[in-house]
Ligand binder design. Sequence first.
Ligand SMILES: Nc1ncnc2c1ncn2[C@@H]1O[C@H](COP(=O)(O)OP(=O)(O)OP(=O)(O)O)[C@@H](O)[C@H]1O
Length: 603
Amino acid sequence: MEHHFQVHLKGIIDLLSHHLYSGPHVFVRELLQNGVDAISARQKLDPKYQGKVEIELVQPEQGFPTIIFQDNGIGLTEEEVHRFLATIGQSSKRAELAEQRTDFIGQFGIGLLSCFMVADEIVVVTQSAKAGHPPIEWRGRQDGTYEIKKIDQVKIEPGTRVYLRARPDRLEYFTPEKIIELVRYFGELLPVPIYFHTDDRSIQVNDRRPPWERTYLTKEDEKSAYLAFGREMFNLEVRHYIPLYSEVGGVVGAAYVLPHSATLHTRSRHRVYLKGMLLSEKIEGLLPEWAVFLRCVVDAQSLRPVASREGFYEDENLEAVRHYFGETIRHHLLDLATTQPEMLNYIISLHHAAMRELAAEDDECLRVFGEWLPFQTTLGTMTLKQYRQKYDVIRYVSSVDAFRQIAQVAAAEDLCVINAGYYRDAEVIRKLKEMEPGLKIEHLDATTIAQHFEELALAERDQAFDLLRTAEIVLQPFRCGVDIKKFQPVSLPVLYINNDEEQFLRQAEQSKEVASSLWGDILDAVTAGKEEVSYASLCFNYNNPLVQRLMTIQDRQLIRRSVEMLYVQALLMGHHPLSNREMTLLNQGLLGLINIALEREKG
Ligand SMILES: Nc1ncnc2c1ncn2[C@@H]1O[C@H](COP(=O)(O)OP(=O)(O)OP(=O)(O)O)[C@@H](O)[C@H]1O
């Protein structure tokens, strides 16, 4: 025997309200959308037909308020009420053909159920625009039952009215302020007029059109209208926008440059409308990932919304729109370089992380605005252009750690080195070299910088011999060699020097101190065979007065303590995290020095 599925309506409503829709307020969106769709259906029969949606709030002295949504659209016949209104998942708008999908906003046949989130009963009174059908009253209830009545005795104009009486726990949605707020939020850009009436007033809620639908006398007027619209939409003082248009998906709108810095981890959230109905103000993935400095407002005609209506299906159309918008933005920025260079400068100075990303990805962008990218250097922040005007060779380090190590010394030696340790910096420099093979670039680290230091004369070496030997013994357990050179600034007694590989080994060694046995084994494998290798060297500055004094004193104990302290201080200066043993050294060294000073005092 064949059986039919039973639908437990309460369960479905629960599913929708807790898992699909973002909250009970979406009933306003669903009702607006049904009204507008019904008008579109009627306009298919009569393209000049003027539709409107009217919303009324009735607040009786006794009892709960009722909201009435009325449209003068296509209406429903009795048969259609059974088939579409009362059958979950049935929709008169389901489009087998993609082009049909562009006619209506709805398509799933579940939207009306959202009304059960605020009311126990939905009453629909409808008159079909098709000739020869009487008006119908339909009453659907949460328990899954419904009644249908012909109401021949009254004559009503074609269209549909939906009545919802507030559920006691949802009264907050049944005030004039809340309804106007929600209607404006979802329906501000809908192409049919929406009126709101209470006992004492009537207003048109959506009385303006988006800037891309208006015509302008001058370019300036157009620009002001777009900027004013963006400021209002995002509540941000935006100064620049990029018009967007894509035939695929029928998407039109504008991308606004954020007036504050956005990092590459920021997710761009866009305000997206579907045929004038707000889908969401948090849609992601509409622009390429690098475009984090932009926020869009767009209206799409035929991208496919997901059932919750709060996003789009990730399909080939969305992919095409994203690609196309990426190209539009890129071309716009490239044009700015010639038409409004000061604006491009403003955008780059605020959003250089994103611009770097774009320049690293794209040769043309690198050629056009690569020079404007700011870089941190040992002699202050400057753009690539300023750097190149002053120096023939682009000298750079490729890690922030390396930069910290060398910054002070390089600056004192008047060496201008770029910190290319941030995301994509080094790539930008290397790409620049590929594009301009004649360009001289030099990759530095602390070791290569140290090669620029001045060597000691033989007699000076002799003078430093004892100090170096003691230092060697003290630092050998820390895998740190020693050396002595002359370098700037004279005030710096020592410099801790390691290159990228040595830095890595040092970090692996330190990680072993805190790692579990599994990680410990892995790290052992990483450092295997390097047991005898030094991870760094401590370079004394011969010209430094303290070092000069250390070379003259005889007290071994004092030299040892001083070397330990100089070693730890050099690590701290270079922002190297201290290992447990180095921490102990710091503590003992400090106490030791205090002790020595106290002994002296006594003596
Ligand atoms: N105001 C209205 N005028 C005419 N028909 C309506 C109206 N409201 C609902 N309907 C009919 O009821 C059907 C079901 O409506 P419902 O809102 O549940 O789903 P939908 O709009 O088709 O799709 P979605 O779930 O995507 O919103 C519609 O397809 C339409 O045929």
